[in-house]
Design a protein around this ligand. Structure first.
Ligand code: SF4
Length: 335
């Protein structure tokens, strides 16, 4: 079959990429999984990958030839959308969300709208993660039933966005985030930020504060070094834990700078927030849209685990996590 067959209603014959774990959840692959994804992750398909040149992304032009089926640590085989729609209808109860991620290619907006219309008809909550688009397209997505918007801002500062090769300026992403909040509502736009591209912890916290100040939220990723792509400095586990705590505090309407000193290395807890220990523990869960757990997207199951994909795993590792928070002077926050 050719990669594109727009004559089929709803784009059912067109290919989309699906994360391997998502295929397994849909019963279309058999693999061993230490944790199942609770969201089905789809990625727009192009045999040439994405037209952008982000230096940390396996779909970018920087990675040509080496990792066409990959995004971060995960394989994304291509499947006809129609096959996925059928599997989604069958497995609806097992899937909390569908996330449709776009790439830059000719005609990607029209294709996205076709696919989204078909996916929305399954009745499963739907997120679209995309690059800056005109407001009428956002309104169309919202009208078609997309519940939440994801925005791949990725870099914490404008200078870093330029350095890693983002296709648009940082300010264009932030304007898009604000437009997204106007169309989808406060708390319904999830901004992807990648820790470890070369920002300071303080710069990352400032980026997070900007996002929350405009009514959006953060989905935090850890930079994952990939073969064949440029290397960035990365982020240590203590700094990542401090950023996760900062994100929790923002989610709770608190200012992280009142509770953690991000000028120290590693950051140091200043005082305990007025939150129960179990809530603090949840800071180490994968952040993002409800039901988005991205199992082992940024790390191997052997660990260290940066984003915990399930409450069960979190509770099993509570003591270890308490020790990790102790390194920041925040061990008592779990009490
Ligand atoms: S937070 Fe998860 S579900 Fe939401 S847009 Fe990002 S990857 Fe998709």
């Amino acid at each position: 079959m050719g990669p594109q067959n727009p004559s089929r209603a709803g784009g059912g014959g067109e290919l989309v990429r699906v994360s391997l774990g998502s295929l397994a959840v849909l019963g279309l692959e058999k693999i061993e999984m230490a944790a199942e994804p609770t969201t089905v992750y789809l990625l727009q398909y192009s045999p040439a990958g994405c037209g952008a040149s982000c230096g940390f992304c396996a779909q970018s032009r920087k990675a040509r030839g080496s990792r066409g089926e990959w995004l971060s640590r995960v394989r994304w085989p291509a499947r006809p959308l129609g096959e996925l729609l059928e599997a989604l209808r069958r497995g609806r109860g097992r899937v909390a969300r569908v996330c449709y991620q776009t790439i830059l290619k000719p005609g990607f907006v029209e294709e996205m709208l076709r696919h989204v219309e078909a996916l929305a008809a399954t009745g499963i909550p739907l997120s679209v993660a995309t690059t800056p688009l005109p407001r009428p397209v956002l309104e169309r997505l919202h009208g078609l039933g997309v519940e939440r918007l994801g925005v791949g801002l990725d870099a914490a500062t404008p200078a870093l966005a330029r350095r890693v090769g983002k296709p648009y300026p940082w300010s264009a992403y932030m304007r898009f985030v604000e437009e997204g909040v106007r169309v989808f509502g406060r708390g319904m736009v999830h901004v992807h930020l990648v820790a470890g591209l070369g920002e300071t912890p303080r710069e990352m916290v400032e980026a997070m504060r900007r996002v929350y100040a405009v009514g959006a939220r953060v989905a935090l990723f850890r930079y994952t070094p990939l073969p064949g792509l440029p290397r960035y400095p990365g982020v240590s586990l203590p700094v990542y834990r401090a950023l996760q705590l900062a994100l929790l505090l923002l989610e709770e309407g608190l200012n992280p700078l009142d509770y953690i000193d991000f000028t120290q290395s590693p950051p140091k807890a200043l005082k305990k927030p007025p939150l129960p220990g179990d809530r603090v523990l949840e800071a180490m869960l994968t952040s993002g849209c409800p039901g988005c757990n991205r199992p082992f997207y940024n790390e191997t199951p052997r660990g260290p685990i940066y984003n915990y994909p399930s409450r069960r795993m979190l509770l099993e590792r509570r003591e270890q996590l308490a020790r990790e928070l102790e390194a920041l002077g925040a061990g008592g926050w779990l009490a």
